[in-house]
Design a protein around this ligand. Structure first.
Ligand code: SF4
Length: 757
């Protein structure tokens, strides 16, 4: 048993009292989202802060899940916390680094060889610090979490945007950056901006070709990729309770594509069945005991407009199957309009590859529904005209569907079973194409379809659909096929009409698995050595950042005055650099290479004040570091927007930048800089940005009396001997000032932990 029943019981222990108290205080019925937030809030597991008219909740999640790419830096940082064990139950899942090429067996063997040092590190660090480790081949993080760890009413974070999948089991589950996971594992709370609530009322019942996937494809069309930003989507209504638990997971999973903080369904019979079917009868029983607290109040669902910021209603009985794309998941086409859209827009009509599975859509129900289509094709002597791949989400699902004969059905149709891993969904796909310059189309049952996402090829038009529809299109080999109305011709010239898909929600013989791929951590990890080769170019043990020297900072060089947009992507680029995400020194070679230099409008070309020459930004900063001179990065508005990336704050710190001075910050990046012991400052008068010159030496004063709400002073010492002096603002609270003084938040945590021993 890998779930933690004791922890779940603890969460449930006073759930009802807390929810009742919340209802009493706000004097109105509550949504499910509110119930979970309030129950956690008043269990002492969360606090609310109000700042600049916005509210933030700091809470201690019940779980942390990490995928192998993002876990590396999160765990390297965690190692600095001084703790001997993680503060909350945590798991690592090896799913993102396995490249799909020929099929599950050989692909997995190659990945184990190529990523050995990363897997050895993750396995040993997990073993040492009490973290459950799911080996390569065990499955995709979100499917494994749904099968083993998610529980109604819980709150979790995960270092991957599709962590939201666990909403299918009634959990508030949120995707975060690695630094956030590190903090939570080290015992710090995690901060969430108090969300907007969008209610999605589902009426009617799915039928025929329409699947759960079509609900989220429709919602994506309504809300667009930005419509869910800052919001939690709460699904309810008869239509919601009629959906399988895994179908609910699919909907929540793809909620990440509309920018939602997360999505959630209330606890119901289907969730209870799934919990029991996956070996968690005790959790189902515990949830049954407090069932009415694990869903929204009836008065809320009867009159949703009164309680949600926005309400969407979808009648499932009338919903058509959808295909979304290309290049964006919110371009939603009902199947009846899709063939015309293909022709009118000139999208390549031939379907080259159909791909089903992934963490989004590889449940037993998905596989059986898709297999029912594949079986009809084989019966009529039809092989898939397109290439066709199947990615099981976990070894448990893979083993069970193989045992029950479904993988064999796909193979007969010409399908290739890939490893239980992300593979083509994250671009880990050595696709066989005779001409990458040819415009081409693929359909997947995954969730994201932005340009280059699946195969790195900008000419690939990727569409998203349900597994059963993807299978039908792959059989026909063309995007203009509508299985609801069209026929396929077999080799004998017979016209074949595919019957509606039929699926089985839960395996009749139950789920089974021989080796799920789980490694439980050692009870006492004190003697376990974390494996990192000193020669590795992918992993590097972190050294704690040095404490503040106790004086004002004088004579700092200007590293760059960045012009315009400077996102976390400009500060720490992704793409090929991701290979080095576990090696701070190597990945620091991408520091700010995307930022535009105000003085020459070029990227990655700044003046080295030591030589007067222009050079690449990371090399220039390394030259300053070698001379023991600190530097300052100056930026424009909303500096550091984009996905929360700890590297964007760690790299400048590692290379010796002391302060980032901007017109305004994206809040998360500002906090990340503070965590790493940097000075994050804003111009009191934004026009002072114009006073910064290329050859300036910069003093930052007032640090010896650094206090909450007290501005600091910046002096620009210009090359011509003149100076400019002005106030700069800072938003450090007392704890954050301590982070600065100690050199990083982790230095404080380590000290506190050592003192408590
Ligand atoms: S299968 Fe795709 S969506 Fe799911 S975790 Fe992997 S990359 Fe992310």
């Amino acid at each position: 048993m890998v779930f933690d029943l004791e922890m779940i019981k603890k969460v449930y222990a006073d759930f009802q009292d807390k929810v009742d108290a919340a209802g009493e205080i706000v004097k109105r019925p509550l949504t499910l989202t509110e119930k979970i937030l309030y129950a956690h809030l008043w269990q002492g597991k969360a606090t609310v802060a109000h700042e600049s008219g916005k509210s933030y909740v700091d809470f201690a999640p019940d779980r942390v899940a990490m995928q192998d790419a993002t876990a590396q830096m999160a765990l390297l940082q965690f190692m600095q916390s001084g703790r001997t064990k993680v503060a909350v139950p945590s798991t690592v899942h090896c799913d993102h680094l396995i490249q799909a090429e020929v099929g599950a067996g050989p692909d997995l063997s190659r990945a184990k060889f190529e990523n050995k040092e990363v897997y050895d590190f993750l396995s040993s660090v997990s073993n040492k610090y009490g973290i459950g480790f799911w080996k390569p081949g065990a499955g995709i993080i979100h499917q494994v979490v749904l099968e083993n760890y998610a529980f109604p009413g819980g709150m979790m974070i995960g270092t991957d945007s599709h962590t939201v999948n666990a909403g299918g089991l009634g959990m508030i589950a949120i995707g975060v950056g690695g630094a956030d996971a590190c903090d939570v594992m080290a015992g710090l709370p995690w901060e969430l901006k108090f969300p907007k609530l969008i209610g999605v009322k589902l009426t009617g019942k799915l039928n025929g070709w329409t699947a759960s996937k079509d609900i989220i494809l429709k919602v994506a069309g309504i809300l667009t990729v930005k419509g869910g930003t800052g919001a939690i989507l709460e699904y309810f209504g008869d239509g919601a309770t009629s959906l399988s638990c895994t179908g609910k997971g699919t909907i929540c999973n793809m909620g990440a594509e509309i920018g939602a903080t997360t999505s959630i369904f209330g606890y119901d019979k289907k969730m209870g069945e799934y919990l029991s079917g996956t070996g968690r009868e005790e959790v189902a029983k515990a949830a049954d005991g407090i069932a009415k607290y694990l869903t929204g109040d009836p008065a809320v669902y009867a009159d949703p407009e009164k309680y949600f910021d926005q309400v969407i209603e979808i009648n499932l009985s009338e919903l058509e199957p959808h295909i979304n794309g290309p290049f964006t998941p919110d371009l939603a086409w009902p199947i009846s309009k899709f063939a015309d859209a293909v022709r009118v827009n000139g999208w390549p009509e031939e379907l080259e590859v159909g791909l089903i599975g992934s963490c989004t859509n590889s449940s037993y129900e998905d596989i059986t529904r898709a297999a029912s289509i594949a079986e009809q094709a084989t019966k009529h002597g039809i092989k898939a005209k397109s290439e066709f791949t199947i990615t099981p989400g976990s070894e448990q699902v893979r083993y069970t569907v193989e045992r029950d004969g479904y993988l064999g059905i796909f193979e007969k149709m010409g399908g290739v079973v890939l490893a239980n891993a992300c593979g083509p969904c994250i671009g880990q796909w050595a696709r066989h194409s005779n001409d990458p310059n040819r415009k081409n189309s693929i359909v997947t049952s995954y969730n994201r379809n932005f340009a280059k996402r699946n195969d790195g090829n900008p000419n690939t038009h990727a569409f998203v659909a349900s597994p059963e529809l993807t299978t039908a299109l792959a059989i026909a080999g063309t995007l203009s096929f509508n299985p609801l109305t069209d026929y396929i011709t077999n080799d004998k010239g017979e016209k074949v009409k595919l019957a509606e898909p039929e699926g089985i929600e839960m395996p009749v013989k139950g789920f089974a698995v021989e080796d799920a791929g789980f490694q439980a951590p050692a009870a006492d990890g004190s003697d376990i050595e974390v494996i990192v080769s000193p020669e590795s170019d992918r992993l590097q043990i972190l050294e704690p950042f040095p404490a503040w020297e106790g004086t004002d900072l004088c004579g700092l060089k200007l590293l760059i005055k960045a012009k315009g947009k400077c996102t976390t992507d400009h500060i720490s680029m992704a793409g090929p650099w991701l290979k080095f995400r576990g090696h701070l020194d190597n990945i620091s070679n991408n520091l700010l290479i995307g930022a535009v230099n105000y003085f020459n409008e070029k990227t990655n070309a700044v003046k080295n004040q030591l030589t007067g020459e222009y050079g690449a930004l990371p090399e220039t900063q390394r030259a300053y570091k070698a001379e023991g001179v600190g530097s300052v990065v100056v930026g424009d508005e909303n500096y550091g927007e984009g996905s929360s990336r700890e590297h964007a704050a760690m790299e400048p710190r590692h290379l010796g930048v002391r302060a980032v001075l901007v017109k305004s910050f994206a809040r998360i990046h500002e906090t990340n800089l503070k965590k790493q012991g940097m000075l994050a400052l804003t111009f009191d008068d934004k026009d002072d940005y114009d006073k910064v010159m290329e050859d300036d030496l910069i003093d930052i004063t007032g640090l010896t009396s650094f206090t909450v709400n007290k501005p600091l002073t910046v002096v620009l010492n210009h090359k011509d001997g003149t100076t400019d002096q002005f106030l700069v603002n800072q938003t450090y609270n007392e704890q954050q000032i301590e982070w600065f003084k100690a050199g990083a938040a982790l230095n404080i945590i380590r000290k506190q932990f050592e003192d408590s021993q």
